[in-house]
Design a protein around this ligand. Sequence first.
Ligand SMILES: Nc1ncnc2c1ncn2[C@@H]1O[C@H](COP(=O)(O)OP(=O)(O)OP(=O)(O)O)[C@@H](O)[C@H]1O
Ligand SMILES: [Mg+2]
Length: 394
Amino acid sequence: MESEYDQKDIVVIDNGTDTIKVGISGEDYPRLIYDNKCGSHSVQNDNDNPNNKPQLLFGQDLKKVIKEKKLNVQLSNPIKDGKIDNVESMKEFWQYILEDGLQISELQQVNLLIIDQVKNTKEYKSKLAEVFFDYLKVQSVLFMNSATLSLFSTGLVSGLSIELGHAVNTVVPIYQGFPIMHALEFSHISGAEITQCLENDLKTYEISLDKFSEEEKQWIIKDIKETMCYIAGDYEMQINSEDNFTEEERSYELPDEQVIHITPKIRYHSSEALFSPAVLNKSGFSLPQMIVNSIQRCDKELRQELVSNMVLGGGTSMFQGLISRLQDDICQIYPGGAMRSEFNFVADFQRKYSAWIGGSMLGSLKTFQSLAINKQEYEENPEGKMSLIHKRTF
Ligand SMILES: Nc1ncnc2c1ncn2[C@@H]1O[C@H](COP(=O)(O)OP(=O)(O)OP(=O)(O)O)[C@@H](O)[C@H]1O
Ligand SMILES: [Mg+2]
């Protein structure tokens, strides 16, 4: 732990479908990164638990139990598609994050910045507000969308935010800090789908991981994706040629020291789903088309600013070759034609955590206090809670 929690600090939590990123405003990176996983196991004949309520486990505690295989735990994901799916589990998870992870004993002193998907509704946020104020009893909460914060992490307040995460990809223009919602494009062909496709590809090429547990297997496939997969420069040409780019074949060492060979086709096939959903036998717009659609739905005067400030964020934006291919493909489909060099992408090396970093920056500004909803004003006017959420969630 770098420092103790100070009342003036803001706790920044980015609730992702793959991981939950947690830390303190003003710091460069999240201090803690939790898998979006909850383990539940039944406790019987416990005097302290007369209703036999299942015990929930998170973070390191959960990892330990899985590793030791002592308890029979049922795993679930409290966040699905960028939304809290199980509020009961998630409220205990947040409590665990604050008390156990950040070692904060007085939750009444906590100021929170909660980051979630841009398309989550105000009604949804008002349900979360109840959890934070009525259950956790924190001092203040600011709800902020990850698209704006991703852009903000690069120092921009206007531009096109392109967030490629685990369950959701969003493309949305931001003007002076506010998302232009009628120009929002989103797709579920994101990190999770690419991992699933890679798993199928490995099977097709008879690379078996069956000797590993399901948990280990998923970790390995994700690791292969993150360390070896890339976006093809010219997919059609490459996929139709023989695998003669021998220099691009990579060896991957499995945890039991067996070495497997990952051919170029395996390395660029699954990630192509971003450019062609047909790779997954799905329909929908490609990422370049989503970008063009989003820009075209804005006023002409704004388009040049968007094209010059296209900010990439989220883990799935880390694939090598992504920017160059986006420039090529967008150039080809942009109405009226445009030069490749006109499409300027901002891709910070820390973009895997871009939304959290933007939140950390916002939390360290004085404006946080004027934007956040505090417990007192939330409680003083029960009828006005919804209008408070409407006015003060972003
Ligand atoms: N170097 C990398 N190359 C490719 N993909 C990566 C890389 N690093 C992480 N990812 C993928 O990015 C995804 C996680 O991204 P991110 O943390 O932005 O998602 P999230 O915030 O948890 O989910 P969401 O925003 O969709 O709810 C995972 O699918 C992960 O495998
Ligand atoms: Mg995210």
